[in-house]
Write a protein that binds this ligand. Structure first.
Ligand code: AMP
Ligand code: MG
Length: 358
């Protein structure tokens, strides 16, 4: 007859079962995030999903791949697609048809151009092209345009307000420009909207949290394995300025003249962000970082703040209703609002001067 379990080895076996269950739970809690990389608008875009099973992750990544492909093709400023066809129609006084995403980008552009008093102006595509920025190869070495060429484009006063939209049906809007100089370039806003659409899709799934990061411009929601998402704010001069934690489904976007720039033969280095009021690339501000509730707004606002420069940025931040803003100038000094200061944990090795907005 087999000996029955003794009281002692029953306790041992219960302990072992309990230990195994704990380890299993620990294993679940530590489940690695599911990650995928996409290439869109000339940038690598990382998506990281927290608490997603493999099958859900795979189907979400496949859906995102389709979305990003559509965006890259249809919103591209110079590769032939829906936007270039619309720009062609604007230049020749024709009516074109836009889907609701492009219609949304136009309507938001009009709002942000107005709110920024023209510092953000996505209708200046001809100027951006004139400066050689309709390329994916950086740094660029296109010749610096002549003042006469710049003046000619400025005199035509391209503005997104020149565009009229008429709803036709379902996913179709008629769009028309009363100004043939209007050429839409969504370079300052498209990444923000792309990140929003990806986050909105993921939020509707059963996933516990996600981050969509387009080369440092990002939005997150939910938790990162039970913890808040921690975001490093890059120092344009190298290293990091500090770290912020994301609350809710906030976006953190940075615009700057340090990654994408042109350089003339004489060594004149210029940013890919233009001041729509002068037609010239901006200087002074090296980068502007904004935290806001949506990617599209954070993206447009960061671009507008770079254009505003050191004298006007704080007034513009108030005017646009932004509270968490940080700028760096060409010497590496940082300027920030109180709201940003209260969230930013400065890196221990960050020693540059910090100027706080009262
Ligand atoms: P971002 O990196 O978001 O600041 O966007 C920069 C891109 O937006 C440029 O590469 C241009 O395509 C476009 N752009 C340049 N200047 C402006 C401006 N003042 N307003 C709106 N878009 C701009
Ligand atoms: Mg932008």
């Amino acid at each position: 007859m087999e000996p029955g379990p003794t009281w002692c080895n029953m306790r041992v076996s219960r302990f072992l079962t309990c230990l195994a269950a704990c380890l299993l739970l620990l294993g679940c809690a530590r489940k690695e995030p599911e990650k995928a990389e996409f290439f869109v608008f000339g940038t690598l875009l990382d998506v990281s999903l927290s608490g997603a099973d493999k099958a859900t992750a795979e189907s979400e990544f496949a859906a995102l791949q389709g979305m990003f492909q559509y965006m890259h093709k249809d919103w591209h400023a110079w590769e032939p697609g829906a936007l270039t066809a619309i720009n062609q129609a604007f230049a020749t006084g024709q009516v074109a048809v836009a889907d609701h995403h492009i219609a949304h980008l136009i309507v938001q552009s009009q709002a942000y151009e107005k709110a920024s008093d023209g510092r953000f102006n996505p209708a200046i595509g001809k100027l951006v092209g004139l400066w050689g920025f309709h390329t994916s190869d950086y740094p660029i070495h296109a010749p610096v345009p002549s003042s006469a060429e710049i003046e000619q484009l400025l005199a035509a006063r391209p503005s997104s307000q020149d565009i009229q939209l008429r709803f036709i049906a379902n996913d179709q809007w008629e769009v028309e420009s009363s100004n043939p100089a209007v050429e839409l370039d969504f370079g300052g806003i498209a990444k923000g909207y792309a990140v929003d659409l990806a986050i909105e899709r993921l939020q509707a799934s059963s996933i516990e949290g996600a981050i969509v990061n387009a080369g440092g411009d990002l939005r997150a929601f939910g938790s990162n394995q039970g913890h808040a998402w921690r975001i490093a704010v890059q120092n344009p001069l190298g290293g990091i300025i500090g770290v912020v934690e994301i609350a809710g489904s906030e976006a953190v976007f940075t615009s700057g003249n340090y990654q994408r720039f042109g350089e003339s033969d004489s060594g004149f280095r210029y940013a890919h962000i233009l001041d729509p009021r002068t037609g010239w690339p901006v200087s002074q501000v090296m980068s502007a970082t904004v935290i806001a509730d949506s990617g599209i707004f954070a993206d447009a606002a960061a671009t507008a703040l770079v254009v505003a420069g050191l004298d006007e940025w704080s007034e513009l931040a108030t005017r646009m209703g932004l509270d968490s803003v940080l700028l760096t100038d060409e010497q590496g000094t940082i300027y920030m609002t109180q709201a940003m200061q209260s969230r930013l944990q400065l890196a221990a090795d960050f020693v540059n001067p910090v100027i706080l907005l009262d």
